[in-house]
Design a protein around this ligand. Structure first.
Ligand code: NAP
Ligand code: ZN
Length: 335
């Protein structure tokens, strides 16, 4: 029996407190990872606060993990002990359903999230199914790559699978953890990119990261000026939004991709979709196949998370800064 130590939330919205849990023999398909870094995704805050009504306490949050493999189960051939790997939102799936067999493991009905119903990455170690421990390319620093494991893949996957290309005009609403990576990936796909932000101090950086245009969403009338200009709009905001006004930003045949898990149902009048033949899509994380590809693209196209580093023991301080939208652009905990 071994012990894993981390920081857990014991009640909705409560501070993280030191916590340990015991683990038995390593499963035949599992790897154990010594965690060096873990990003703080806004989904961790939703889970800590029980915004989705699914949180079971106590639990250790964290699903943007980078670390080193320290042990492998009897059936595991890769990764090997000593490999640097990343783990994102998903850490297991059945491996045999039609979705897993097609490489869409993230759509498996038995998919397991890394820190829902189990303990995540604000800890010294974690065990996951080896298929979800993705090798990290050497060119990427652990601190800057950790946020790619959730925030990165969440924006990369819809750009890739909805066929963003040089002719595409792509908008990104909310320039936080997801948003600042979306700007970089959309640039890598060769798109014309518009950033929509409620923080006007983000303009210069947004432009450096890939935005050709910047819209201050707090400024009256600014959103309307770019109506009908986008083919693809990624909404990454964690709070409720006026989705009808987002649909007005799309050109005919455009798609609004809802990524932010805002609390209320979407209010969308049918004619804002019917006229212009528009679509609304959701997208959850991405498949292991897309994770491999995304990390390779990040390494070759200089996509990096801009991070604020905190010692693991200061996780509460970091969570507080995320809550206040003060982080530029991703808080990462380091062991
Ligand atoms: P984040 O780093 O906190 O960034 C969210 C951004 O949204 C902020 O930086 C801010 O951008 C904007 N924002 C925040 N509060 C706002 C408010 N009250 N009104 C208007 N804008 C606000 O969060 P994140 O980690 O990127 O996550 C964003 C959302 O995506 C969360 O809901 C998270 O749960 C969800 N998520 C979904 C998936 C998925 O699989 N679909 C994966 C990961 C995360 P500006 O300052 O630029 O306005
Ligand atoms: Zn996440």
């Amino acid at each position: 029996m071994a012990e894993i130590r981390g920081l857990a939330t014991h009640a909705a919205g409560a501070q993280l407190l030191p916590y340990k849990y015991t683990v038995g023999e390593l499963g035949s398909h599992e790897v154990e990872i010594r965690i060096s870094h873990c990003g703080i995704c806004h989904s961790d805050l939703h889970l800590i606060n029980n915004d989705w009504g699914s949180s079971k306490y106590p639990f250790i949050p964290g699903h943007e993990i980078v670390g080193t493999v320290t042990a492998v189960g009897s059936e595991v051939s890769t990764p090997t002990v000593g490999a640097r790997v990343g783990v994102g939102w998903q850490s297991d799936s059945c491996g045999v359903c039609e979705w897993c067999r097609q490489g869409d493991d993230h759509l498996c009905p038995k998919s397991q999230a890394t820190c829902v119903g189990r303990n995540g990455g604000y800890a010294d170690a974690i065990r996951v199914n080896a298929r979800f421990a993705i090798p990290v390319p050497e060119a990427l620093e652990s601190e800057n790559v950790a946020p790619l494991l959730c925030a990165g893949i969440t924006v990369y996957s819809p750009l890739r699978n909805l066929l963003a290309r040089p002719s595409s005009r792509v908008g990104v609403v909310g320039i936080g953890g997801l948003g600042h990576l979306a700007l970089q990936f959309a640039r890598a796909f060769g798109c014309e990119v518009t950033a929509f932000s409620s923080s006007k101090d983000k303009e210069a950086e947004a432009r450096k990261l890939g935005a050709n245009h910047f819209v201050n969403t707090r400024e009256n009338g600014e959103i309307k000026k770019v109506a009908g200009s986008l083919d693809l709009l990624l909404s990454t905001v964690s709070a409720d939004q006026d989705f009808q006004s987002f649909l007005a930003l799309l050109r005919p045949k455009g798609t609004l991709v809802v990524l932010g898990a805002s609390p209320s149902p979407l209010q969308i009048p049918p004619f804002s979709l019917i006229l212009g033949q528009k679509a609304v899509a959701g997208s959850p994380t991405g498949s292991p196949r897309d994770l491999y590809e995304m990390l390779d693209v990040a390494a070759r196209h200089q996509v990096r998370a801009i991070t604020e580093r905190f010692a693991m023991k200061d996780a509460n301080k970091a969570v507080e800064r995320v809550k206040k939208n003060q982080v530029r652009y991703r808080a990462v905990l380091a062991n």
